[in-house]
Design a protein around this ligand. Sequence first.
Ligand code: GLA
Length: 703
Amino acid sequence: MRLGMHTLTEGRGLLFGGDYNPEQWPEEVWAKDAELMRAAGVNLVTVGVFSWSRLEPEPGRHDFGWLDRVLDLMAAHDIAVDLAIPTASPPPWLGHRWPETLPVDERGQRLWYGSRNQYCPSSRVYRERSQSITTALAERYAGHPALAMWHVGNEYGEVCHCDASAAAFRDWLRARYGDLDTLNEAWGTTFWSQGYGDWAEIVPPRHAPYIINPTQRLDWWRFCSDELLAHFREQRDILRAHTPDLPITTNFMGLFKRVDYFSFAAEEDIVSNDCYPEPGNPRTPALTALTHDLMRGLGGGRPWLLMEQSTSAVNFRGHNLPKPPGQFRLESLQAVARGADGLCYFQWRASRFGAERFHAAMVPHAGEDTRLHAEVRAHGQELRRLASLAGQPVPARVAMVFDWASWWALEDRGRPSDRLNATEQLLDYYTPFFERGVSVDVVPPSADLSAYALVVVPNLFLVSDRDAAALTAYARGGGVLVVGPFSGVVDPNAHVRTGRFPAPLREVLGASGEEWLPVADGQVVRCRWRAAANPDTAGLDSAGPDSAGPDSAGPDSAGPDSAGSGGAEFGARAWTELLRSDGAEVVAEFAEGDLAGSPAVLRNRAGDGVAWYVGTMPDAAALGALAERALADAGVRGPLPGLPPGVEAVRRGDVLFLLNHGTSTVRVPIPEPADDLLTGSTAEGHVTLTSRAVAALRPHTPS
Ligand code: GLA
């Protein structure tokens, strides 16, 4: 990433704005839009995401006049433009004249135009037409004073199973394997008589009678992601040639399965994300925080851009709950606290027509004289008070490892249980850190882990030898490693690693297993913390429960620490493993059933560090206790002791954000006098936060 958010924030502070679709409105409205934007503090708009048919009404004939006027208007109002390359929604003429550009699903059914995203990523015509509109836009707008960045496509994620895609898949496989023998071995095609004798026989995983070859499916996921990335790169290279000093992005969708965002992020200048938290779901604040931390991880810690969020209800869920007053502000500030340097919305003005006419916007159908727009305006204004945060890092000493290939490999048919999922494991392990105000970076297994005191691997079903060796070296070198269940099971070909599991990690874990034993739905398996046995752990125990998390005196503390004498119980669900210690201390054991007395959680002194293994899915309180214990091992604390439930604490630069996601007013003790950047007031001893209130506290420096 040569060009980061600083290219946009320098001289502007934090960015505020949204998708602007003026082509949906008569030109009289545009001037009013520009005035309203200024009044709301808007300094960035994304234009043209879905304008291809307006910009190129027929192949090769361009109509740029209207866009010229939009960009001129934005320049006159000092509003920067993130100009989109409109390839996410090709015009009807593309599918009409070249039906092969339309995507085909796994049953061979073509998907038609009339919505959006109807393209085959491998279609030669689509690729050429994409490059042609990109070149035309780059030639016309390079040097325009409003143009500040490029936005390629929209929410990449299309998949196509047509014959052109099959041919491209074969090319990709040839590059990966070289010859058919190697492919046959990698895919394990001796199983079910699947041996390939000719490249032409290989097809995408199309609709088939029964479970499809898992390695074929895994390679298909890899290919689809790479193919979209190839499309992105083609547009990026054209844009870069015309405007080498402007950053280029494409907007992500958080934990979106079809695209490996780590590979995309490495190819773009700015990481940007679309985030639509689900109102009313108690896990939403943690999931949103996790998504934001992933965005930071994707960019190697750099600031990122919240490209889309909603001021209130969306329209893509069945029953779309509105956001109460103060909610979108709270969510927006949550993103700032977690490293966003720009806060943008879908969209500026609510559409009157089209598929999203009931989606909230910055200017609702009822107009600007509304509660919602007043809130938008106030928020845009207040963001100016946070301008000094632009570019500031969010320091984290804890990393959580996540990997798309492992996700793809795990969540396929034919596994022991579909109750153990990659993103749910990630959120379950993330939540106790979130609740304790401990910042976490979400990183790929190949990341440099040396700067982290604690590395958590909620699940890494697929692991390469190299990554397993790096995790091992990390712990042996003094780090604290926590590994969740069903990790280290398969290699990059999705072949099971034989021997006791997790084969490539069992040495560092000092523990190993022989059977995965899913349990019935609804059954809670009782587990018991054991008393610390070995002197090494007892020493750590003697540091006491308060040595770790800020709120270790809370209800979650009935765990390995407070259970110094052992005996406290917790529940686990869905998943158990038959494990044994090969030297690790058994920290918790199963307390009932066939596994009674056998290890559930183990902790191993590995070289200069510590490695934990969790062979089940413990309840939230037990995961909290485990997090505290791992934090104690790592010597990491959250920023504030005794955080009330529902309050999120996160430090960005020298500013401590406190965000009240709860419904009642809370009093949060603070260690030193601080100035609240949002209100301008000074707080001492504590701050009081009403529901949905936020404080942005910078240590007070007397003037
Ligand atoms: C996505 C898209 C937008 C719009 C919003 C609606 O983020 O990028 O075009 O459809 O969803 O929430």
